[in-house]
Design a protein around this ligand. Structure first.
Ligand SMILES: [Mg+2]
Length: 735
């Protein structure tokens, strides 16, 4: 977004003169919301980021958290929403490229990608085109750099028909002793490696910091969308992994939003340094680029390295071995000022700190008018009895939010590198083997977010996303250690949109503190609205979490394993039908109070599940999520190709008066588990010890899902029918 008049006055004050063209572009890029976090920094301080195992927290391009045997996991999330709305293929692809480079900045080897996609209604023609290209963009880029997309989540809502939210995350590992985390010093060289600098992505960060408000915007902004080159990225990955082993690079930064200007300004400001940059030295794609364009180009696959003069030769040799283009564009000094030269002229001279950290903008936040309309009490007496449960069950399984996402993940090469232990769809989280770290060791990763909850109640929605991610990590048998967040919201200058942002941050912060999960990094994306539709995009907090697995042989999947085993529900069910998939599919409503976040139940129930996994008592675990028990049990049948007989009256509950509440409530902190009958007594004893409510609700038997209530059969569905509805729906919608 162009600089405001106030900001221009401020810049005048900082420089004590009229800014040059180059300086104006540097300020516009760096002071954009995207780069400076000027509207969000104040609230982001609320997020708890400390933890025993946190090696590098927020502030760098990516955080690092200790896992096992002197290894750290490096993971980060980012959004590529604006570019993906205009050019979905390149927008999504470069999102992947960017997040991988964030991981590389600490010298980590990227091992997995996750995508959290909030997409339009597949039956809408434009939305369908966006969906296809977003998925293809991610898959082409990910497959070509050889980093598998192992997990994520997808949500479909017509609110995203013209403006999808594309959040991607990357996970890497590195030996802690090799983390690229030295202090840059005066006299060190600034080296730019990788792709040539061109006109693509000019001032992309500024473009991402305003709403897209007319169809003309879509066309005019095509030049702000970058085009990716995964082959160069692959070389950079291999080079960085190699050079990290040699320990000769002090510091690495991605050239992301704001390009060279932002990378140099953040580097110098963070270490109280200055720099001299000679733009003529940079390798260019288009030779008619003006110097002020070179500074803010967001051409992809470029990184900044800080190398001491003594070590440069080693770096140079390796760059040449890999055939990676590079330029020494300047050096660091103690001046605290960034000086940029072009053809012998000094074209910019800016104090680094003033450039890097604009004043925090305190924005007004007000509760939107529709909040009270949406947050109405949903009384069971107002809900008509479900007459045809069988039909409703199948309709829910076909709902794109529930149905198998195989159409998406089958386009991803998720088995690249043979780390993936659990096939997509078979576990609540992806599990990755870490052979280089130690025998039997692994990590689990998962991304979550629920825009229906956050739209209705951003605080609860964001808190529940943290809890959901935590449960998914616990379900496969991992110990959650840290999360990162991406807060996707509307225009911060509009108080009723900004309110969503503040509430989401508070929700994440509260739940993360309660669950003792440090939020080690994150991003904020504002201006996610599509004014041409005259409807704002639903805001959402996306959470990506990592858990450690000490013994990969104990990993648990969600598919039913053996006839005659028992099905237990862990946790208490409340009559919480507000904001549920049931209400949406059955009555076409998206309202009511979102399920209450219950951190103490989360901790207690997760502790119990972890103990069951550790003792080897559970054969399948699945957390209860969107769609309630109905969907959770159906998925266990579908993946295990086994039938089940359940009695809903056996579900421990408070205040549920009708079976619909027991079957479809989205009460948090619940799990379904499969146990052999021989361990039932021990498991029930253990539950008592943990103070956890459990109910034996059914048995694995036959080839039908039989749902009964108090001994009366409500419906019977052949597992084949369930499979058919669940597995084929999205394929059909997308073909
Ligand atoms: Mg789950």
């Amino acid at each position: 977004m162009p600089l405001s008049n106030d900001e221009l006055v401020e810049i005048h004050g900082i420089l004590g003169r009229e800014p040059t063209k180059a300086e104006l572009n540097m300020f516009e890029a760096q002071w954009s919301e995207h780069c400076s976090y000027k509207s969000s920094r104040y609230y982001l301080k609320l997020l708890p980021s400390d933890g025993e195992d946190v090696i590098i927290g927020p502030g760098r391009d990516a955080p690092a958290v200790k896992i096992f045997n002197n290894y750290a996991v490096v993971f980060k999330i980012e959004s590529h929403n604006h570019p993906s709305a205009i050019d979905p293929y390149n927008g999504a692809a470069t999102g992947v490229g960017g997040i991988v480079r964030d991981i590389l900045t600490l010298g980590a080897r990227p091992i997995a990608l996750l995508d959290m996609l909030f997409l339009g209604d597949p039956t809408d023609q434009h939305a369908n085109w966006l969906i296809k290209n977003v998925v293809r963009g991610i898959s082409d880029y990910g497959n070509r750099i050889g980093v598998p997309v192992v997990s994520g989540m997808t949500w479909f809502d017509k609110a995203y028909n013209r403006y999808p939210l594309v959040n991607v995350a990357c996970v890497g590992i590195v030996e802690t002793s090799k983390l690229v985390n030295k202090v840059p010093e005066a006299n060190d060289l600034i080296v730019i490696i990788g792709n040539t600098t061109g006109r693509d992505g000019l001032l992309g960060s500024s473009f991402a910091s305003k709403p897209l408000d007319s169809s003309e915007d879509y066309l005019n902004n095509i030049s702000a969308v970058q085009v990716g080159n995964p082959l160069i990225e692959k070389l950079i990955i291999d080079f960085i992994v190699d050079i990290t082993d040699l320990g000769v690079v002090k510091y690495i930064k991605d050239l992301g939003g704001g390009g060279l200007a932002t990378a140099v300004s953040e580097l110098t400001a963070d270490y109280g340094l200055g720099a001299t940059i000679v733009l003529d030295n940079l390798h260019l794609r288009e030779h008619d680029l003006r110097p002020e364009e070179i500074l803010v180009s967001e051409s992809q696959e470029r990184m900044l390295l800080v190398v001491s003069r003594d070590d440069f030769k080693v770096v140079q040799e390796l760059l040449e071995k890999y055939g990676i283009q590079y330029s020494v564009v300047g050096s660091l000094d103690r001046s605290g000022v960034i000086k940029v030269y072009y053809r012998g002229d000094l074209i910019a001279e800016v104090p680094a700190k003033a450039l890097a950290k604009p004043r925090i903008r305190l924005r007004d936040a007000v509760v939107p008018k529709h909040f009270n309309e949406l947050n109405v009490e949903v009384r069971i007496t107002d809900i008509p009895e479900v007459k045809d449960l069988r039909k409703l069950m199948l309709k829910m399984l076909r709902s794109p939010n529930i149905a198998s996402k195989e159409w998406i993940y089958s386009q991803y090469d998720y088995e690249v590198g043979i780390r993936t232990v659990v096939k997509p769809g078979y576990g609540d989280a992806a599990v990755l083997r870490l052979v280089e770290v130690g025998d039997g060791l692994g990590i689990a990763v998962k991304g979550d977010g629920n825009p229906r909850y956050t739209y209705i109640n951003p605080f609860r929605g964001a808190a529940n996303a943290v809890a959901e991610c935590y449960r998914n990590l616990v379900s496969v048998g991992s110990k959650p250690i840290a999360i990162v967040d991406e807060v996707n919201a509307g225009n911060p200058e509009k108080p009723d949109h900004y309110w969503y942002f503040t509430e989401m941050v508070k929700g994440i912060s509260w739940m993360a503190q309660e669950l003792k999960l440090p939020v080690v990094g994150g991003k904020v994306s504002f201006y996610n609205e599509d004014l041409s539709m005259n409807s704002p995009v639903k805001p959402v907090a996306t959470i990506v979490g990592v858990g450690t697995i000490a013994n990969i042989r104990n990993v648990v999947t969600l598919d039913l394993k053996e006839d005659d085993d028992l099905i237990l529900i862990v946790g208490t069910t409340y009559p919480e039908l507000g904001a549920t998939e049931f209400l949406h599919v059955y009555l076409g409503l998206e309202l009511g109070e979102a399920p209450l976040p219950r951190p103490s139940s989360e901790l207690r129930n997760a502790g119990f599940i972890s103990e069951l996994v550790r003792l080897g008592y559970v054969k399948a675990v699945h957390d209860v999520d969107v769609g309630g028990v109905a969907v959770a049990i159906a998925e266990m049948c579908i993946k295990g190709l086994k039938g089940v007989v359940i009695d809903l009256s056996k579900i421990p509950n408070r205040g549920c008066s009708r079976y619909e509440e027991l079957l479809f409530s989205e009460t948090q902190a619940r799990y379904l588990v499969e146990v052999g009958s021989e361990v039932l007594d021990v498991v029930v004893d253990l539950a008592r010890k943990y103070g956890v409510d459990v109910g034996v609700i059914g048995r694995v038997v036959g080839d039908e899902l039989v749902i009964s209530y108090d001994g009366h059969i409500l419906t019977k569905l052949k597992v084949d029918e369930l499979v058919n509805a669940y597995e084929n729906s999205l394929n059909e919608l997308m073909s």
